[in-house]
Design a protein around this ligand. Structure first.
Ligand SMILES: CC(C)(COP(=O)(O)OP(=O)(O)OC[C@H]1O[C@@H](n2cnc3c(N)ncnc32)[C@H](O)[C@@H]1OP(=O)(O)O)[C@@H](O)C(=O)NCCC(=O)NCCS
Length: 150
């Protein structure tokens, strides 16, 4: 199940942040701020596993017509069970419902799992940024057209 995070989810999300993004993990304080509504453009979503654990999360920012997926991660114990896709579907739905016309994200060019997930969801590459990450890795900018009809 995908749902909005509550304060009790912060320790699990913070642990998954550290595991997945050790160089720039969101801190518990910052995650708490997001959960408490202190970052008005930001939503923190979590995916519950069938056994009730917080198995994944996504952080979405929407500013007018541009939505940005800032984070998506699924705990290694729960990968390849569709939770990443479920989180992404929710992110896309919320972005479109908020009036965004595109959803953007950056991904390391060697991150085959994430690139496959995004390709399956219909994202296309719009830019490539050499040395985008601290360790010198190239960032790939992907976009999903949300097909806003006004
Ligand atoms: C990317 C990530 C969120 C995917 O989560 P997940 O729950 O395993 O994804 P799903 O089970 O929904 O997979 C959906 C599809 O994505 C693709 N995919 C996911 N993991 C893959 C892998 N390791 N290798 C190849 N394709 C993969 C497949 O097409 C998969 O469909 P399939 O299982 O029917 O073949 C997860 O691997 C993760 O947390 N990685 C570390 C954090 C990260 O890199 N986040 C992205 C930063 S931009």
């Amino acid at each position: 199940m995908i749902r909005e995070a509550v304060p009790a989810d912060v320790p699990a999300v913070a642990a998954l942040e550290l595991l997945s993004f050790p160089d720039d993990a969101w801190t518990p304080d910052y995650l708490t701020l997001a959960v408490d509504g202190g970052l008005p453009t930001v939503s923190l979503l979590v995916a519950d596993s069938e056994d009730g654990a917080v198995a994944g999360h996504a952080i979405l920012s929407i500013v007018f017509e541009v939505a940005e997926l800032q984070r998506i991660a699924v705990h290694p114990a729960y990968r390849r069970h569709g939770l990443g896709s479920d989180l992404l579907v929710e992110v896309v739905g919320r972005s479109a419902a908020a009036g965004a016309d595109r959803l953007l994200l950056e991904v390391r060019e060697e991150n085959a799992a994430a690139l496959a997930l995004y390709a399956a969801a219909g994202f296309t590459e719009i830019d490539r940024r050499p040395r985008y990450y601290r360790d010198g890795a190239t960032g790939v900018v992907l976009q999903l057209d949300l097909g806003k009809c006004t």
